[in-house]
Design a protein. Sequence first.
Length: 328
Amino acid sequence: MINFGSKGCGIVDSSQVVIEADGLVKSYGSFQAVRGVNFKVFQGEVFGLLGPNGAGKTTTMEMIEGLRKPDGGRAIVAGYDTQKALIKVKEVIGVQLQSTSLFELLTVEEIMRMYASFYPNAVPIEPLLEDMTLTEKRKGRVKHLSGGQKQRLAIGLALLNDPKVIFLDEPTTGLDPQARRTLWDIILRLKERGKTIVLSTHYMEEAHVLCDRICLMDQGKVVALDTPRELVRRLQSDSAIEFRLQGADESEEGRTRMLEELHSIREVKGVDIRKDVYVLYTDNLQTSLIDLIERSAAGSMELADLQTRTATLEDVFISMTGRSLKEE
Ligand code: ATP
């Protein structure tokens, strides 16, 4: 048994596989949205599917939940094949969909009671409302809820059957920072209670904060799968130096010369250009920074907006795919 559990105090039991995605493939017409996805999710972990829009996260999740039929491969949840034993799978999962259309005219409490009536062994509603910080809103109509409150209600509804495994599809997209953090707390509390959570997101910070392991997806494929710390460690550089260049020669030739110069800076392991921002990766921030500034002082380049930061999952994604997680 390995405890990855740095996020909250839930125990991750890596000897117990709760979900297995085995060669999942899905096309829409001639477009292959998911191209052979494999991974295992362990008991008690928060497992993140992180990737830009269109990476195939939702399609992958919905094949595991049994909402979409794979063209190839299979998904096993709690020992059941979602294609062959969907009823069994439904008993152990809770699903918060990306866009839940809730009954706008019902109150929070009414909709909870209605959904609870679908399950033979639904959990009591009051503690659930409390957990979702919706007690004060129980008499309020759904249409008057904020985006964050609606998302919390959607998660509450997904928890009514006391599921072992919870699927959250981009639960914080479009929420303000405070509403996002409230949801993060809820997710970490669910983990503490031993739930296994599969979460899709295109926010790298969210994945970093919440997930024990992250499956980086791009264009329907898994590009990397590891703990956030190990993913960043793969870059072999823990710091990044970012800057713009003023009056730089923007021709192809000028850029190539500049890249060569930047690569030759002491201790620099990698160089990237994002629009007009140059990024240098280094394990020795001080040495690289001094060398960069000395070259600038000697007149070989004019630096602007210089800043340093630690390397992130965004850097990992770019180094692996050449693209950004963020929408341009
Ligand atoms: P997002 O964050 O935008 O939801 P995602 O990573 O969840 O992205 P998917 O929703 O799985 O990605 O979509 C993967 C690709 O499949 C996208 O290019 C999308 O346009 C396409 N797609 C998804 N659903 C359908 C559908 N029902 N019909 C046709 N194409 C679809």
